[in-house]
Design a protein around this ligand. Sequence first.
Ligand code: SF4
Ligand code: SF4
Ligand code: FES
Length: 570
Amino acid sequence: MSCCEKHPMNPWNHDVAKDEKDLVDVQVDGVWMQMPRGLNVVEVAHRAKKFIPHYCYHPKLSVVGNCRMCLFEMGTPKMGPDRKPVLGADGKPEIAWMPRPQIGCATNLTPGMGIRTDSPLVKDCRNGVMEFLLINHPLDCPICDQAGECKLQEYSVEYGTGASRFVENKVKKPKNVDLGERIVLDDERCILCSRCIRFSSEVMKDDVLGFVNRGSHSTLTAYPGKSFDNAYSLNTADICPVGALTSKDFRFQMRVWFLKETKSLCNSCGTGCNITIGSREGKVYRLTPRENESVNSQWMCDFGRLNFHDLESKNRLDRPLLKAAGQQFPATWTDAIQRAADALKKVKAEEIAVVASGRLTNEELFVLKRLLGELGVTQVDTVMNPGQADNFLRSGDGNPNSRGTELLGLSSGGRKLSAWSGEIASGKIKALLVLGGEELVAAGIPAETLGKLEVLIFSGILSNATSQLAHVVLPGAAFAEKTGSMVNVHGRLQRMTRAIPAPGEAREDWMILRDMRMALTGGNSLHSVEDVWKSMSAEIAQLTGLNWARIGDLGIQIESMDQQGLVKAG
Ligand code: SF4
Ligand code: SF4
Ligand code: FES
């Protein structure tokens, strides 16, 4: 079975052996061990807790062997006149070392192989390669966005000579080249590793990048008349080992060493790509993919990556609002919750409808479920938010947690919701609680109809046509501002962690719903999101026996999917 069959998302998976159980003997820096046959030497060293520096090699792309940074000393078992390995005093084969170094990325493990990763010869080779790579490299580090996570910088410290013998003029190449809508190229910094070219052609099947000219004058470029703007182009800024490709959105915004890194999930579609949120002092600066072979490998789409600027939108709701004399005024949380509770108490349970949301976490949905159970409200549904599915990561579900709403029994797939317009108009529904910032006018309930409600309570992060009609507005927290779990479209339960505080007085929705529950029913046993999880895992069959630690950073498969919806994984 080829690697690609195991992981259709990647054409290669060099870090995964074809057969992890087919082990052979190998000597790494004098120590004998066993490793899977066929693994390349960079990966063998990695598993042996050694490091072979590399630029062009990437475990998810084809091997081209053009940077030569991964040179190592290689040996094979010494053969005696009888064509059998000569054994040393320790009973292990003696190694016959080759006089010239080999490249680790393109050398696969064979039985009895000897590997030296830090011999004098290897160190000399690395010094030489570094000197060559830096010959024409500009002294851009102080103004380069890659500083702090640049392999040239890191390897210069570890493996460079610290001085250059190059006294000639450097070759000048184009700077600030507009490669596409989201990516800028600095050709002077490019070390011609071709990772970006391979990502584009092998992973995205978009053959748009290539090298032109020869020798020191070789430059990366997009084919004439073409632009590098496929839906996953920003992944090249991640895998470019130097500062040649940078994101227009992130460049010059923040030094990377100042960023706090928080493990979370992209909330822009149902795939739930694993991400790292880079933030500083309460502001998110970038999202980058976090490796998870069960979800997104090492990639994420440009849409999801850039879809965080709403966190700082001018339309952000950051304090509770109450409507009086047709106008909304700022209020305290106590007053807003009390007003919402009083208004709901005045109508019967069957006159209340609730718009839950596939944007809420499982914990938030669970507190809502408790509240609705205690009130006896059964009219609950979600808004379907179709996404733009592609054949790679993007899902056709624009909600990150539709499966969570199904798991908790809070969705009818929009079927109930479609009848609510008429029921509001006829006075059958008198109160509507809208969660997750859902916009109901766009979802098919006209503003005049919403205007007929006796009570409209809205919770969300942005002001919209629905929030503007609400009698009570409760500002919620966005994805980067909350901790919780979600289930992706493939039935994988995953965790997200709060990276920054919500702005102003905005709160996580589980707290808003807990406070409403206290005001309406007096029910309270939920003091933290962990409390919510404990109660939820005790009640929901698919979560039985799971705790926060068991979900782990990479999530856990709790459901498999059939055509009809959720089924318990076998
Ligand atoms: S731009 Fe970056 S990824 Fe592309 S070839 Fe140059 S160094 Fe490699
Ligand atoms: S594919 Fe979906 S979950 Fe993944 S990064 Fe894109 S929008 Fe986010
Ligand atoms: S990493 Fe092996 S030649 Fe570049």
